[in-house]
Design a protein around this ligand. Structure first.
Ligand code: ZN
Length: 240
């Protein structure tokens, strides 16, 4: 029986939904994020804001929500040439991967998360990786996550579980899941409250745009992350 978890939390829609799920599922939950000199500080600001809003809106979850760990990972910016850390436009590479791909990023994140989970005695690592996503990042695949779970468990001689609640669902289903989790949170109108929190405070846009407000939240409206979020939200609203 797993009772404690560490959520890889970026302040985006996906990892916030993962956090909500962990808070409804486990007794003790902590969060971890990484400062790898993202081009846009808004992502790191969003983390702090989202955590504060969750604490304020969902008292039962607040009781379970423990420490937030922010690790300095400047080295990732040093080893990668990507549109997430450099001032270059988004484009597709010859490999078929977008230039937002940071090789090994999730492998590094999970390894460091496991080291913190080990120290904090947390059993599960929760990550919002998704194979259904458009991008096809190889370090988000289910096989990769299973291999990491095995490698980390063996390498640290501790039985870790890597929990990937979004692996097989699309963005519309992610909005739906958030609504369901909010409904079950013990807060009246919690479903709508969590969706509103996601819209207003989570950040997804590759360009770091917090100027333009849409029904689905802030963003440029044109980058692949915005398009994915917008389309998922439209499908979610139509289905309600
Ligand atoms: Zn955008």
């Amino acid at each position: 029986m797993h009772t404690s978890a560490l959520v890889l939390f970026s302040g985006g829609q996906d990892s916030t939904t993962c956090l909500a799920q962990a808070l409804s599922k486990y007794q003790r939950v902590e969060t971890i994020g990484f400062d790898y000199r993202q081009r846009h500080r808004v992502e790191l600001d969003a983390r702090v804001k989202v955590l504060a809003e969750i604490r304020q809106t969902f008292p039962a979850w607040s009781d379970k929500l423990g420490q937030d760990h922010l690790l300095d990972l400047a080295v990732l910016g040093e080893v990668s040439e990507t549109s997430l850390t450099r001032d270059t436009a988004f484009k597709m590479e010859q490999s078929g991967l977008p230039n937002t791909f940071v090789p090994g990023r999730n492998l590094l994140f999970l390894t460091l998360a496991a080291a913190v989970a080990y120290r904090r005695d947390l059993q599960v690592m929760v990550t919002g990786v998704c194979e259904t996503d458009f991008s096809g990042y190889p370090d988000c695949r289910d096989d990769t996550m299973k291999a990491m779970q095995l490698a980390l468990s063996l390498g640290m001689d501790k039985r870790f579980l890597v929990d990937t609640p979004l692996m097989w669902i699309d963005k519309a289903a992610t909005w739906t899941l958030a609504h369901e989790l909010g409904e079950k949170s013990g807060v009246v109108g919690g479903g709508d409250a969590l969706v509103k929190l996601l819209i207003e405070h989570t950040h997804t846009c590759y360009l770091g745009d917090r100027e333009h407000h849409h029904p689905w939240g802030y963003g440029c409206g044109d980058c692949p992350a915005c398009l994915l979020r917008a389309r998922g939200y439209e499908q979610f609203v139509q289905a309600v």
